[in-house]
Design a protein around this ligand. Structure first.
Ligand code: HEM
Length: 500
């Protein structure tokens, strides 16, 4: 009797799963939407751990001549947006419907769950308003001095590396540098990683760069299956890193007199966070220490490797394109003469048009995120044929758009000049979105651009970068397959020769 019952229940469950699966498989076909194939468990995410998602996204863009493509993130239907106009509606015009990202961590990982990047509205709106104050033009002028000092150390570091190894590992050196810049400008902590490769915060960012199977699974779950985060105890960062970082956080707060000393002017991120706590206490609201630590962590995490990779790819491309490097050098020496051989200030840097073209072209080719993640808060009409239901993940295919020959002829070619011309086909602002767009775009954009401009100008006035024999061309260099972000998959090595 027991066994017959068990067999009947198992058969019924199997039939139920098969029917569910058949219905799920037909989801996009029933709606007449071009779509990727779906497989049990992974859905359409067959690239995981095999290709970098940015490569996969480009592939989807090239395969489908369609403004949007249906897919499945594990068992959940989702849409990839290939059309810049549609992307503009989602990111800007209808941003109120798309305030949240789909990705999310769980309450068991408060640092991953509560930070500005993953937190959901209304906490996101509240935090974003408060943290935007850290990046005003006046605040940037304050941190610009730090960027200048650290860029000079970068020039020294290149000299040291060249003497020791006759080559420089770009990503390692630049992530030493970007860690220092964020440490000093956001946390008020002076560090020495640019010169030495070591510092307490650098040990945190080095650990973030390490890969393990558990971390890989954690990130996949956070990005594509947030419900599993709490079940399996996944975390966005290793527990040892968050514990160590919390210690550093408490130390910095204590050095500033704790939460009781009134903050009169917001000098940096830490002042903004302490003031946030004080204002909440005044209004009898509480804000947890984890919420504050999460914001400090995401500035470090969001800023050091994105900017570090862009630096590395930019210098690597220039090493392989001496003609572009020379054009940049000419612009730099003319500008240096204009300022009487003094340091550039922020205004003189923003006038360097070709430098901006070089940075933009690097951001176009190597946009670190590949896609922009959003989720609808209510049913949303994409066009006359398709309405997506509330909760559907939406992925804007940024890297696909950045490589579309319609907008960027010969997209594989590193050609900064394309940003000099106003290309009539690129009238839509969402054909170039390295920092995202709309209210949820990158909060560190101006900070990152100023850091890139200043350090690249300083380096290329002092050195010429040259490609080394037996190193891969930029388009042939490996891309990290285990990372969800677009980062180099092998050391990018170049030689620096001092300018006379
Ligand atoms: C070249 C450097 C950088 C690139 C290419 C970059 C790119 C991006 C992109 C594409 C997004 C998502 C935008 C969207 O969904 O519309 C983002 C968000 C974010 N970025 Fe950046 N980023 C860079 C540097 C930085 C820096 C230096 C910081 C901090 C100091 C930072 C902090 C953040 C944060 C906190 C968010 C989440 C914003 C929110 O959801 O409100 N990023 N970034």
């Amino acid at each position: 009797m027991f066994w017959s019952l068990l067999i009947i229940i198992s058969l019924c469950t199997l039939i139920w799963f098969c029917l569910k699966w058949l219905k799920l498989r037909m989801y996009w076909a029933e709606r007449g939407v071009k779509h990727l194939p779906v497989y049990p468990f992974l859905g359409s995410l067959t690239f995981l751990m095999r290709y970098n998602p940015a490569i996969w996204m480009r592939n989807v863009y090239e395969r489908f001549d369609s403004p949007y493509v249906g897919m499945w993130v594990f068992f959940r239907p989702a849409v990839i947006i290939n059309d810049p106009e549609m992307a503009r509606n989602i990111l800007i015009k209808d941003a109120a419907v798309f305030k949240d990202r789909f990705l999310s961590s769980g309450p068991s990982d408060p640092i991953g769950h509560l930070n500005l990047f993953s937190v959901k509205d209304p906490l996101w709106s509240f935090l974003r308003r408060r943290l935007t104050a850290v990046f005003t033009a006046a605040k940037l002028r304050g941190v610009f001095r730090i960027m200048q000092q650290k860029s000079k150390e970068l020039v020294q570091r290149i000299g040291i590396e060249m003497k020791k190894n006759q080559r420089v590992n770009l990503r390692m050196m630049f992530t030493d540098f970007t860690t220092d810049v964020i440490a000093a400008s956001a946390f008020g902590v002076a560090c020495d990683a640019t010169l030495t490769g070591e510092s307490p915060l650098r040990s945190v960012t080095k650990e973030i760069m390490e890969f393990s199977v558990f971390r890989g699974l954690s990130w996949v779950s956070i990005f594509f299956y947030p419900e599993l985060v709490d079940i399996f105890g996944f975390t966005s960062l290793p527990k040892s890193v968050t514990e160590y970082f919390k210690k550093i956080f408490r130390m910095i707060v204590a050095e500033r007199g704790g939460y009781d000393v009134e903050i009169k002017e917001n000098r940096d991120l830490f002042d903004a966070l302490i003031k946030l706590k004080q204002d909440c206490l005044k209004e009898n609201k509480d804000i947890s220490e984890d919420t504050l630590v999460a914001q400090a962590m995401v500035f470090l995490q969001g800023g050091f490797d994105t900017t570090g990779s862009i630096f590395a790819y930019c210098v690597y491309e220039l090493a392989f394109h001496p003609e572009i490097q020379n054009k940049l050098y000419q612009e730099l020496i003319e500008a240096e003469e204009k300022v009487g051989h003094a340091d550039f200030d922020m205004n003189s840097l923003t006038e360097l048009k070709y430098l901006d073209c070089v940075i933009n072209e690097t951001l176009r080719k190597y946009q670190p995120m590949g896609w922009l993640d959003r989720m609808t808060s209510k049913d949303y009409k994409l066009d006359d044929r398709l309405t997506i239901s509330a909760g559907t993940p939406v992925y804007i295919n940024v890297i696909g758009i950045h490589y579309d020959p319609k907008f960027y002829p010969e997209p594989e070619r590193f050609n900064p000049d394309r940003f000099l011309l106003t290309n009539e086909k690129n009238t839509c602002i969402t054909t170039f979105v390295p920092f995202g767009e709309g209210p949820r775009s990158c909060i560190g954009r101006r900070f990152a651009m100023m850091n890139l401009r200043n350090a690249l100008a300083t380096i290329f006035l002092a050195y010429e970068a040259r490609a080394l024999p037996n190193t891969p061309k930029p388009s042939e260099a490996k891309i990290e397959t285990r990372n969800l972000f677009l980062t180099p998959g092998e050391p990018l090595l170049v030689e620096f020769v001092p300018r006379l």
